[in-house]
Design a protein around this ligand. Sequence first.
Ligand code: ADP
Ligand code: MG
Length: 277
Amino acid sequence: SNDVPLPDHTRVFTVSNQKGGVGKTTTTVNMAAAFAKAGARVLVIDLDPQGNASTALGVPHSADVPSVYDVLIDDFPLSDVIQQSPENEMLFCAPSTIHLAGAEIELVSQVAREHRLRTALEAFLESADETWHYVFIDCPPSLGLLTINAFVAAREVFIPIQCEYYALEGLSQLLGSIELIQKHLNPSLALTTILLTMFDGRTNLANQVADDVRAHFTDRVLQTVIPRAVRISEAPSFGQTVITYDPAGVGAVSYLEAAAEIARRESTSHQDKEARA
Ligand code: ADP
Ligand code: MG
């Protein structure tokens, strides 16, 4: 639809925050499903050994399933491990399995250990028959080699921030890591998108956190906020995103709005560039 223009190149996001339980996986799968519903072809790469993104997308990821582990460690092409989500024919997942838990250690002795995901993703996108509009990489809650692979493979960093704790605290480590990656491994990486999530507007703390984050990160913070909503947390146990599980609810509506905002900002910045040229 016109609300959500498709990008003219593949936008690769890594959804990162070294804290656990802040909404990385929930953000990844629901943003991906929102873009797929809007007609984009979307790939989720599940880099968390827990495999929560694979579960939420309804994609099998038992130990015998080919997974991101095989891509990182055994040079499988990404196309060999990608599965279509039963939820939407435009939504796909490269699943994680339990084997990925060992990859953090196994990667240490690999050649070009920080670049393995990037190399696989570039080869996949270059040889693909279809245009892939969005790739979302769901990261584990640590700054180890799996997360570094995500930072090297991505162009855009997407940080979900939970509005319940003092959110800026702890973010400095993440920002420092992004700077190091930019300097040494991926100069194209940019923190483009911050999404306030699990927002409860009735509490002063949530509003104060939101104000602090907006003051600090200005236009990188989406106007759309994801509210705390029970349906959002229930959806994964049905192997679904909230976009399918509760399509008219506040969760789905706010993720679809966030997707529209991300898509519009990109096309606006293109127009700005054209206008300046
Ligand atoms: P992370 O991937 O950063 O560890 P998750 O996405 O798994 O975080 O979210 C942590 C918990 O919070 C999960 O139980 C999830 O269902 C719940 N959750 C995430 N976003 C919301 C929300 N907007 N409303 C209610 N619960 C949420
Ligand atoms: Mg997670």
